[in-house]
Ligand binder design. Sequence first.
Ligand code: ATP
Length: 357
Amino acid sequence: MSIALHRLTKSFGVAQVVDDLSLQIDDGEFAVLLGPSGCGKTTTLRMIAGLESATSGDILIDGERVNDLPPQRRDVAMVFQSYALYPHMTVAENVAYPLRVRKMDRDQISEQVQRTAAMLEIKALLDRRPRDLSGGERQRVALARAIVRHPRAFLMDEPLSNLDAKLRLQMRAELKHLQQQLGTTTVYVTHDQAEAMTLGHRVAVMDQGKLQQFDAPLTIYNEPANRFVAGFVGSPTMNFVDGEIGLAERRFVNPQFALPLTESQLDRFQRMGMKQVTMGMRPEHISVSLGELSGGQPASVYVTELMGNETFVILEIDTTRLVARAPGEFRAATSDRAWLKFDMSKAHWFDQAGARI
Ligand code: ATP
């Protein structure tokens, strides 16, 4: 089913927590709402579910306005961070519950529960109670309960955030696999950019109640709409340097250093008459050498972070601090001299309001 939000707003008193949000989520799509804590993601999801009323705007499910439909008539299943399992029921009873309230007959319920349990590999747990399960097992049961009745959409609110790091990665892959298998439209809320990038067909980045960009993960990564999106997605985060376009010297000029601009950048900035800009550069587009590089920008090593497969090198050019990605075997000590090469063709540019140029 498709879900469309049209100029949706939500206010609590004077606080407008969702601000003029429009989104079109396609049938079968896995859409992720991504943003920092408090940006209005959960409130948006709850409005789609019908757990929260909209202050203004429309929510359309398959083209039909559902603002006034109660949650149970919207045919969507919600999965919460807290799992929200019934503690006094066994796993089997928890999973069966949505079918029981829909008065499905006993044999059919049992068959559906078995089939869903097999899919989520929880058959061995069916007789246990939630308190006797690990976090990962509880989350599987919560998912089973959501999918057992074949809802037309899943709404998931940070469903993996109570799991430890390893389990989280494992469940992330399983969720993606499951969604591909079922093809059910899914709206997934998270503040974890890695989760958003790996799960979503498209990611809606929100900040302070406003949609910043809604695009495929790689588009968000490679062509962020503004400085907020550029800085929120990617780890380590994108480097930002404020400066001026020096048309005469054909360089991007910062008080502490200058970098050569490409022909097309020069052309573009000249046509636009831009002067004050912010350059964005991903850590993988800065290469570091401890031997002098001709044309390299001298810098000093602030600290290195060894990740095993790669090394993050935090550097300073005077007081400008930058992060570069180096190979896993890269080693350097604090205050070592280093030379940097910037892949200027990969630079991102933002105007003073933070919009992408
Ligand atoms: P988080 O990731 O922390 O859950 P979020 O992006 O999901 O954040 P929301 O839960 O949607 O954010 O909350 C957005 C804002 O609305 C927050 O500032 C929150 O305090 C506020 N808010 C949410 N529910 C209510 C409520 N019932 N009454 C008043 N303010 C609320």
